[in-house]
Design a protein around this ligand. Structure first.
Ligand SMILES: [Zn+2]
Length: 344
């Protein structure tokens, strides 16, 4: 089968690799119909995180079940399934608590495991990790595109909003105008926030941010951005959703949170990860969040999309075939696309 393979910085190639096959009795083989390039895939792509040349890449995917191992009970051949970016066993202490991202036998697709930017994948713990879509979804492409971000970015945005305690009528600041920031904006809107201030410095994106539900947009960075939000809100936002992961972003988040408020952080930390502990102490600011438990959130968010109350599909503004995937990476790297859908 064909799969995207990382060969070094700025070098993603489509190569012929051995067909996906069942290795454990709880595995399933999925023919991938839709996948995405994630913002975090750009780190190995840019040579900014250790990734071994020869590893497959891609952790966001959906597809059709082609085969199942003898111990798979709920997922059947012919089902259309969606996978969270993290695989999990569904039985350990953390899975039972709804924290599948900390599963004792879990992990992320890729990083040496099976990957989703390919024609097919061997899915571990198929019953626990995968969710079958209702047959009524069929091949409705618009609906499938709206479901695809639930694999990762929409789960992360929702996690930021839940972790920060977004409440009806509340004031929220979202740091980041990428795919996760826009999903966090949608999540804050869905949870009833009245004011949503999106911070991002990409000139072409303020209009987009408004389309996702931002009521105000701030394009200043660093201390200037913080001062602006404090002034606009008369003392800071009670919930701040940090969707970038840099030290600058987390510092901004803590510094623009209203005393007693909470930062929901879902940007994967890059750099030293220092946060302003003094300000957290002096103003009783909480910082919660981390790797989203995407599997635990899937049933709720899936239902929202199926009922027509949530549609993150506009983050997918470019679609490529598997053979064109290198161009998809380049477009995201050069910020010509927010997020790329891959159709193997
Ligand atoms: Zn587990």
């Amino acid at each position: 089968m064909r799969a995207a393979v990382f060969r070094g910085a700025f070098d993603i190639r489509v190569e012929q690799i051995p067909d996906a096959s069942i290795l454990e009795s709880t595995d399933a083989i999925i023919r991938i119909t839709h996948a995405c390039i994630c913002g975090t895939d750009l780190w190995p792509y840019r040579g900014q995180s250790p990734y071994t040349p020869g590893w497959q890449i891609g952790h966001e995917w959906m597809g059709m079940v082609e085969d199942v191992g003898p111990d798979v009970r709920t997922i059947k051949r012919g089902d259309r399934v969606i996978a969270p970016y993290d695989f999990c066993d569904g039985t350990c202490e953390f899975c039972r608590k709804g924290l599948d991202s900390a599963c004792l036998q879990g992990g992320l697709w890729g990083y040496g495991h099976e990957r989703g930017q390919a024609e097919a994948i061997r899915a571990r713990f198929a019953d626990a990790a995968l969710v079958a879509l209702p047959s009524a979804v069929g091949g409705d492409e618009a609906l499938l595109k709206a479901l695809l971000p639930l694999t990762d970015n929409m789960a992360a945005g929702h996690h930021a909003a839940v972790s920060a305690g977004v409440r009806p009528g509340g004031t929220v600041a979202v740091i980041g105008d990428g795919a996760v920031g826009f999903c966090a904006t949608l999540a804050a809107l869905r949870l009833g926030a009245e004011r949503i201030i999106v911070l991002g410095h990409q000139a072409q994106r303020p209009t987009l941010a408004r389309q996702f539900g931002a009521t105000e947009v701030v394009t200043s960075r660093g201390e200037q951005g913080v001062l602006q939000v404090i002034e606009m809100t008369g003392g800071g936002a009670e919930a701040v959703l940090e969707c970038v992961g840099t030290e600058e972003a987390i510092t901004m988040a803590v510094n623009m949170t209203r005393p007693g408020g909470t930062v929901g952080f879902v940007g994967a930390p890059q750099g030293s990860g220092q946060i302003p502990l003094g300000r957290m102490f002096a103003s009783n600011i909480g910082v919660r969040g981390g790797l989203a438990p995407a599997r635990a959130y899937l049933p709720e968010l899936l239902n929202e999309v199926l009922e027509g109350r949530l549609n993150p599909s506009p983050i997918l503004d470019l679609s490529v075939s598997l053979d064109e995937i290198a161009a998809g990476y380049a477009a995201m790297d050069q910020r010509q696309a927010i997020k790329v859908m891959v159709r193997p």
